[in-house]
Design a binder for this molecule. Structure first.
Ligand SMILES: Nc1ncnc2c1ncn2[C@@H]1O[C@H](COP(=O)(O)OP(=O)(O)OP(=O)(O)O)[C@@H](O)[C@H]1O
Ligand SMILES: [Mg+2]
Length: 294
């Protein structure tokens, strides 16, 4: 039995004239139904390419892909079209909202494609916009919405036809931290309450740690799969405590050292040496805490 979403040894080669780019080099993943996983990796490592293959937008050069446990590797274009309409909701890195359509019309568009009756459409668009708090913005066009609002429209537009799978490419990309974390909270609700399986690309380790599993991609291959376990979280919390205490100590040592020097209790040479050491320690601790997002 194949996993709900699975890829096996995916290879993707893009040809631009004589130049070949190997975007994926034998990439395999296995995601179970109901999971929310994140994909993390440097720019150009193949994250978007992977999502586009799972989403039925791009065909791999080699390897196999299963979506809702069905082999889509050799699906016809028409079948891939159905997959995009019904099975996979796709939130693009570039959002892909239609600039001339309002928020309401952008959310309605995928429903028109599957010929949903008008009354059902109206009910569903209204409900979806309400779940993301955009009732008052339904007649705004993308240009008349904030970044976070646009992102919310893109999410509910991806959910329009109630697909079982949602793939999100950097859903917090251009947003500030507070707005970004609201979007992620909403995606967690979509996963837990609506039962959608979610694959999310993110560059933010803190966001990745909130998901069931983290796939790390490098040069078109998975280099690690990690489960952010509770013990790891408590280890991180302990490290933060330790660094904070050490930082406080270092800062008070600097103060008392400066005082000793002013009172001429130590020589300039001793002062300079110790002071430099303490400043180095402080710089290291500051940067570690910053790296941990604190
Ligand atoms: N349509 C295309 N034609 C040619 N090369 C492409 C195409 N799409 C992607 N590539 C190349 O494939 C590689 C992987 O691109 P991809 O968009 O998957 O990276 P990514 O991990 O999503 O990066 P980012 O974090 O910057 O979004 C890159 O080297 C990119 O230049
Ligand atoms: Mg990308």
């Amino acid at each position: 039995m194949k996993s709900y979403i699975e890829t096996k040894d995916l290879v993707k080669v893009f040809k631009l004239g004589n130049v070949e780019v190997q975007a994926l080099r034998g990439l395999s993943i296995q995601i179970e139904k109901g999971e929310m996983v994140s994909v993390i990796g440097p720019s150009g490592s193949g994250k978007t390419t992977l999502l586009n293959i799972i989403g039925g937008l791009t065909r791999a050069t080699a390897g196999q892909t299963w979506v809702v446990s069905r082999d889509i590797t050799n699906s016809s274009n028409a079948d891939l079209g159905l997959l995009r309409q019904r099975v996979v909701g796709h939130i693009f890195q570039t959002l892909n909202l239609i600039p001339t359509l309002t928020a309401y019309e952008n959310v309605e568009l995928p429903m028109l494609a599957i010929k949903m009756p008008a009354a059902d459409r109206k009910k569903r668009v209204t409900e979806l916009l309400a779940t993301v708090g955009l009732t008052m913005r339904m007649n705004h066009k993308p240009d008349e919405l904030s970044g976070g609002e646009k992102q919310r429209v893109a999410i509910v537009s991806a959910l329009a036809n109630d697909p079982p799978i949602l793939i999100c490419d950097e859903p917090t990309g251009d947003l500030d931290q507070a707005t970004g974390s609201k979007i992620v909270q909403f995606l967690h609700r979509v996963n837990k309450e609506m039962g959608k399986t979610i694959v999310m690309v993110t560059h933010d380790p803190a966001i990745a740690r909130q998901t069931d599993r983290i796939y790390r991609i490098m040069d078109g291959k998975i280099i690690s799969v990690q489960k952010p376990s509770e013990s790891e979280e408590s280890n991180a919390a302990m490290r933060v405590e330790m660094y904070r205490d050490r930082l406080n100590e270092t800062e008070s040592e600097i103060v008392s050292l400066e005082l000793s020097y002013k009172k001429q209790k130590i020589s300039a040479g001793t002062f300079a040496e110790r002071w430099n050491n303490l400043k180095e320690t402080k710089k290291f601790l500051d940067s570690e805490l910053l790296r941990m997002g604190l």
